[in-house]
Write a protein that binds this ligand. Structure first.
Ligand SMILES: [Zn+2]
Length: 445
């Protein structure tokens, strides 16, 4: 058993329960008690001194492309389509070694910024590149994060009216078969799972309607979730109107891609009927504020989505369009973007923390065991240091975390296991991970 005590606690439960001085008790991989004051149990426990810290649920990253850690810094002034056009040929050269090194780096960065569960949306499978999904799952196990790799795919190349070149797309049937195989090999439906697969064709301009439809059928017959990019840019909306005669959300609905088992990356360009359809169907949204800023894509209507009760989580998005890859920093980015759109009351610090925790857990269909500090839930806990230069003296610890600079971690626990201790990863050697990353990035250039 582990007892964290002496810290402020923001549980992010349904009542927003907080303790100015409280404790969190962990047994095995579960939380068994959360409360005010010191813990009064008599069992033999490992104590973690939380004085000067804030305990929150571990952050949940709902959108990423980990392989892009090896292709950061390209196409710095491009919109999405120009950025993709520059990067597709580089991505055509990735292999299992690239993906392993990039995933280890990206996941290490996530862990150091408070993330305990991450998705990855991998949709580039060049022929002969090796076992890319196994490579990233192996990296996630090494870093120690809970991992939801989304088996992506593209089957609509330039010659058929899509955006990507032939070199990075798959045949439709091959993509579906490989997705089924990924579920069979890696998906763990059991409570407390460390690996779950989702089905994730890439985007309207790189995937055929047939692949979208059959991927949805496959996911539903296998009982796994569905993820894709949608409504990210005005150019995508124009493409959908020209090619399909409707908005991206109408297109998704036509293909069976709205529902409680679906979460969509971005959802920036939504009209009021689109927000209403997401709400009515229970479709979730992965909000990626820094990436949207980097590509100048626009500001997602997060306030409208929350008012309509759409599940909204946060994502760092791929590191080629968001070179920092820090999930903790997205709490502040989300707050700023919402306020640039809707004024200073558009999103509170606590709402932002909820996006990064329970909101993300809802997107992944795991809000019954992730996303808040409550007895019975998995012991995925971030213990943030707020006693240093960046945060000391701010009375409200949640405001310190969200408005302040990136907070260092005293501990990060995933299923009760220590992944970060006093700002350092306990699981992998960061110098080695960075050196591997530099090597594969050079190789791709
Ligand atoms: Zn993305």
């Amino acid at each position: 058993m582990i007892v964290i005590e002496g810290c402020a606690v923001a549980t992010v439960d349904a009542n927003g329960t907080e303790h100015a001085d409280g404790h969190v008790v962990i047994s095995g991989d579960r939380i068994v008690a959360v409360g005010a004051g010191p813990w009064t149990g008599t069992e033999d426990v490992t104590r973690v001194d939380g004085r000067g810290c804030l305990a929150t649920p571990g952050l949940v990253n709902t959108h990423h492309h980990l392989y892009q850690w090896a292709t950061r810094g390209y196409a710095q002034q491009e919109i999405l389509f120009g950025w993709l056009k520059e990067l597709y040929p580089v991505w055509a050269r990735i292999d299992a070694g690239t993906v392993h090194a990039a995933a280890a780096a990206g996941l290490a960065q996530l862990a150091l910024t408070g993330c305990t569960t991450s998705t990855d949306h991998h949709y580039v499978f060049p022929r002969g590149a090796g076992d890319l999904l196994a490579a990233e799952i192996d990296a996630a196990a090494a870093v120690g994060l809970r991992f939801h790799p989304c088996r992506g795919s593209m089957d609509l190349s330039e010659k058929d009216g899509g955006l990507p070149p032939d070199s990075v797309v798959e045949e439709t049937d091959a993509a579906l078969a490989a997705t089924k195989e990924a579920i069979d090999r890696f998906h763990d439906p059991a409570p407390g799972a460390m690996v779950r697969i989702a089905v994730a064709p890439c985007s309207p301009f790189s995937v055929t309607p047939r692949l979208m439809r059959e991927a949805a059928d496959l996911a539903r017959s296998e009982g796994v979730r569905l993820h894709t990019h949608l409504a990210e840019t005005v150019e995508e909306e124009r493409y959908c109107r020209e090619v399909h005669g409707c908005t991206p959300v109408e297109y998704a609905e036509r293909l069976g891609w709205l529902g409680e088992d679906v979460w969509l990356a971005h959802a920036v360009h939504l009209d009021a009927p689109a927000v209403a359809r997401l709400a009515a169907t229970g479709t979730g949204v992965a909000h990626c504020p820094s990436s949207n800023g980097r590509l100048g894509a626009g500001i997602a209507p997060v306030r409208d989505l929350l008012d309509a009760r759409v599940p909204v989580g946060l994502g760092v998005d791929g590191a080629a369009s968001q070179e920092a890859g820090e999930l903790g920093a997205e709490l502040r980015q989300a707050l700023y973007l919402a306020r640039l759109r809707g004024g200073p009351a558009a999103l509170t610090a606590r709402e932002s923390l909820a996006l990064g925790t329970i909101g993300g857990a809802r997107c992944l269909g795991r809000d019954d065991e992730l996303g808040s500090l409550e007895p019975g839930k998995l012991a995925d806990v971030a213990l943030w240091r707020l006693d240093g230069l960046g945060h000391a003296g701010i009375e409200d610890p949640v405001a310190a975390l969200v408005f302040g600079p990136a907070a260092p971690l005293r501990r990060l626990l995933v299923g009760g296991r220590t992944v970060v201790r006093d700002g350092q990863l306990s699981t992998v050697d960061v110098e080695t991970v960075a050196a591997d990353l530099a090597r594969v990035a050079r190789g791709l250039r």
